[in-house]
Design a protein around this ligand. Structure first.
Ligand code: ATP
Length: 453
């Protein structure tokens, strides 16, 4: 059963994303481009932290995976061989009354009769297949011969470069090729904020193996990916593994899991982990007449490798991180009166800014100079934000709202005015517990190294 949707919570999240510069509607001042989003100063940091951590875990920390970065413009023959030109489509239905274009699975059914979810009318067209790929033309001509596609997934360039990468990396099976990059799908109804967009990013791994290893590696990668989500702050209790039933799986797949998350708008897919057999490589081999076989030195066997694919959405995971982190609690204001505090409790690893640095008073040159020294000390190691305006409690709140896990305040004790033993110490505040500790400035880099690891 899916989790109940929480429209109000989602509205607050969308509004915070805009107000604090995580996500903006694309081309907003022109009225917006449906299904496209721009990430602002904080959103881009969050997104980079996610992609970098995925890359670190998937490529850098493993001996058996290498990376690549393929082109977005794709030769039509690639996507004909993969089946996308023929079959990458959704059934679409139009409502003749309100003119809405709908995906067939969005219709509502009352007493066995299908109706439009927008206006409730029943005057609907028959379903027709709508190809989700964006077509463009390469070069000056705009005829059949110049058609190219914006890739609908990053995976195909991995399959097409399989032989080159195998040769240059000299890897032995099992091994993987990873890629992070943009993909484009002309979704009939983009919706749920960034969840279903027409332009989005994927983090995909194609892990090649022997046929007999496929099912076991499918289980292995499902578990690895669940651990990944836990490592970025999404608890296991909010993640659900759906075994995609035989009739819904791609015909070539021997097993597929969807990893789902409880978004405020319901339980929805974050990532697919699929055992795609040797389908893709075999298709490209057939279409090109070039061998994409692997030669096993030990057994002297030659065969087309099988592949297990964990395919995650960057934007969907960013949205899950924000939804998971959003909370409201009660905290005292400057005068001790309780007020509602909005907090994004990002895992420190994901937080766009790691530490806010504040001089207690902005009109005290010594406090300001010391605070700027702390900024200079920490900036090479992490993202910091210097803020001297407003009451200190307000400054903490502003950082809580964007998920900054730590706050440093430089006060008169830092200057050694009250107790010489406290000279060059600062208060270090924790976003979640709001507890403060007194630490020496010189110890800060080591403290953060440990807490941000
Ligand atoms: P859905 O069923 O939600 O359309 P899918 O099963 O077609 O997704 P895949 O083709 O398996 O998706 O793509 C892998 C991942 O890419 C998805 O799990 C998702 O995280 C991301 N993704 C796919 N389509 C979109 C989209 N329109 N907007 C944002 N992310 C997407």
């Amino acid at each position: 059963m899916s989790a109940p949707s929480d429209t109000q919570r989602m509205e607050k999240i969308v509004s915070l994303c805009k107000r604090r510069g995580f996500v903006f509607q694309s081309s907003e001042i022109y009225g917006g481009l449906n299904g496209a989003w721009d990430y602002g100063p904080l959103g881009v940091e969050l997104k980079r932290n996610l992609k970098n951590y995925w890359w670190q875990m998937t490529v850098h920390e493993r001996d058996d995976v290498v990376g690549m970065d393929g082109s977005i413009l794709t030769h039509p023959a690639v996507l004909r061989a993969s089946g996308h030109v023929e079959g990458f489509s959704d059934p679409m239905i139009d409502c003749r009354t309100c003119k809405a274009h709908l995906r067939a699975d969005q219709l509502v059914e009352k007493k066995g009769v299908k109706q439009c979810p927008n206006c409730g009318e029943k005057d609907l067209t028959a379903p027709r297949q709508f190809n989700l790929m964006f077509e463009t033309h390469v070069g000056a001509a705009t005829d059949e011969s110049s058609i190219a596609y914006l890739r609908p997934e990053t995976a195909q360039s991995i399959f097409v470069q399989f032989k080159n990468i195998l040769e240059v990396s000299r890897k032995k099976l099992p091994f993987g090729i990873a890629q992070v990059g943009k993909a484009f799908r002309n979704e009939i109804n983009p919706r749920n904020f960034t969840f279903r967009s027409r332009e989005f990013e994927q983090m995909e791994l194609e892990y090649f193996c022997r046929p007999e290893q496929g099912m076991e590696l499918l289980e292995y990668w499902k578990e690895e990916r669940l651990k990944f989500y836990e490592n970025i702050g999404i608890p296991r209790s909010k993640l659900h593994v759906l075994t995609v039933p035989d009739e819904e799986r791609a015909f070539y797949s021997k097993g597929t899991y969807d990893i789902e998350y409880d978004f405020p708008f319901g339980r929805q897919e974050l990532e697919g982990v699929a055992y795609r057999t040797d389908y893709d490589l075999s298709q490209h081999q057939k279409a090109t007449g070039k061998s994409l076989e692997y030669f096993d030195e030990e057994t002297k066997q030659r065969f087309v490798p099988h592949v297990v694919e964990p395919s995650a959405g960057v934007d969907r995971t960013v949205l899950a991180l924000i939804c998971e982190a959003y909370s409201e609690d009660q905290a005292p204001d400057e005068k001790g009166k309780m007020e509602t505090r909005v907090v994004l409790s990002f895992h420190p690893r994901m937080a766009p800014i790691k530490c806010g640095i504040f001089p207690l008073l902005k009109n005290n040159p010594q406090l300001v100079a010391k605070a700027k020294e702390v900024v200079a000390l920490l900036r090479p190691h992490m993202t910091v934000f210097y803020d001297e305006s407003g009451a200190i409690g307000r400054r903490y709140r502003r950082q809580d709202e964007i998920g900054t896990p730590f706050g440093i305040t430089v006060d008169f004790e830092t200057l050694g005015e009250k107790d010489p033993a406290l000279r060059d110490t600062v208060t270090l505040r924790d976003r979640d517990s709001m507890k403060q500790e007194r630490v020496a400035i010189k110890d800060l880099p080591a403290i953060f190294r440990e807490r941000l690891a």
